[in-house]
Ligand binder design. Structure first.
Ligand code: TYD
Length: 215
């Protein structure tokens, strides 16, 4: 018997909710993802905060490359795209899916839209979408929008320039986030949020988006 073709797309039926927090470096992702998870917990919704690149084996290799360490620094852009996709599948099976199966709200600091925005500058978007076909689509993607100048001043407050953080490159990534956020709005549940201003004001906008979009 020939093997049968199965539909792909990876959306496993689970009772939890997956929220991705996305944006360019320095847009406040980690601060806001943490604050959202804390707020959900205090509201009686068990929440798990997690992150990509993950702490798993593929994620650790990616971080070495981002920081320019050893042989990992020379990984090509297509190889990086494949690694981000591999790390995502590993992260899903190790961390995200088990939490969703328990009915938790999972907040991921970066997810699919990061791959599409950062890697599509170097590799074909259709190939990226194919690589990521098995990754579960998020229920909601919160896209934190800040001008590159704002992200630069936020980034100056912390150490370490990484592979994708040069200003002119980040402006191109920012434009990709906006364009792909619109293109993939339905598929990824994208809601764009103005992430300028004091963190608690940004958080209030994010909470409003979560309350509006989710049960
Ligand atoms: P970041 O999320 O800023 O992590 P940290 O705060 O630990 O430095 O860094 C991850 C970098 O990886 C960032 O520049 C975005 C990039 N990235 C991609 O290019 N593609 C992806 O799919 C993901 C998840 C991240």
């Amino acid at each position: 018997m020939p093997p049968r073709l199965k539909p792909q797309g990876g959306s496993t039926a689970t009772s939890g909710i997956l929220i991705a927090v996305e944006g360019i470096d320095g847009s406040g992702l980690s601060t806001q993802a943490r604050a959202l998870a804390r707020w959900l917990g205090h509201s009686g919704r068990p929440a798990l905060l997690t992150k990509e690149p993950s702490s798993g084996p593929a994620g650790r290799l990616i971080r070495r490359s981002l920081r320019g360490h050893g042989a990992a620094a020379a990984l090509s852009e297509p190889a990086m795209a494949a690694l981000f996709a591999a790390d995502r599948l590993d992260h899903l099976s190790r961390t995200v899916e088990p939490a969703l199966a328990q009915g938790m709200v999972v907040i991921s600091d970066r997810y699919l839209l990061s791959s599409f925005a950062y890697q599509s500058l170097a590799v074909d978007l259709d190939w990226l979408r194919h690589l990521n076909r098995r990754a579960r689509r998020p229920d909601l993607t919160l896209l934190l929008e800040v001008p590159t100048a704002v992200s630069r001043s936020r980034r100056q407050a912390r150490p370490g320039d990484e592979r994708y953080e040069a200003d002119d490159h980040l402006e191109l990534v920012r434009e990709r986030f906006v364009a792909l956020g619109l293109l993939l709005r339905a598929e990824l549940g994208v809601v764009a949020v103005d992430a300028q201003g004091p963190p608690d004001e940004v958080l209030a906008r994010l909470k409003a988006a979560v309350v509006e979009r989710l049960p």
